[in-house]
Write a protein that binds this ligand. Structure first.
Ligand code: FES
Length: 122
């Protein structure tokens, strides 16, 4: 659900983009927070807590806690309440503390090339 009209705020026109949540294509607006696009699509659980595996969603919504950490394009621990949405992003729920070796591999493009970083790959 999105607010389309407001008595004192205006919403500038933005370009619709497609991104992927756990492989499922969704639409959002370019430049909005990833979490806003997920909420608009009805997705409220953004991650699981590292110790007890409890569902977590928005808490501060301004990038000051760790409630919304997700894996974005293979990089864990991304605060999706402040990370801007771009065309073609791949977003996944994070379980636990995140795979840092996978993050390094993703930054180097290993995961995009089909390899598995941090598991004895290149
Ligand atoms: S909800 Fe607190 S950092 Fe995103």
């Amino acid at each position: 659900m999105r607010i389309g009209e407001h008595p004192i705020l205006t919403f500038p026109a933005r370009r619709k983009v497609t991104f992927f949540f756990e492989g499922r294509p969704l639409e959002g607006y370019e430049g909005e927070p990833i979490a806003a696009a997920l909420h608009a699509a009805g997705i409220r659980v953004l991650r699981e807590s590292p110790v007890l595996g409890r569902p977590r969603g928005f808490f501060c919504a301004v990038g000051n806690c760790s409630s919304c950490l997700m894996v974005v394009d293979g990089v864990p621990n991304v605060r999706v309440c402040v990370e801007k949405l771009r065309e073609g992003m791949h977003v996944e729920r994070q379980v636990g503390k995140g795979d840092l070796l996978g993050a390094v591999a993703a930054k180097r493009g290993v995961l995009r090339a089909g390899g598995r970083g941090g598991e004895g790959g290149a």
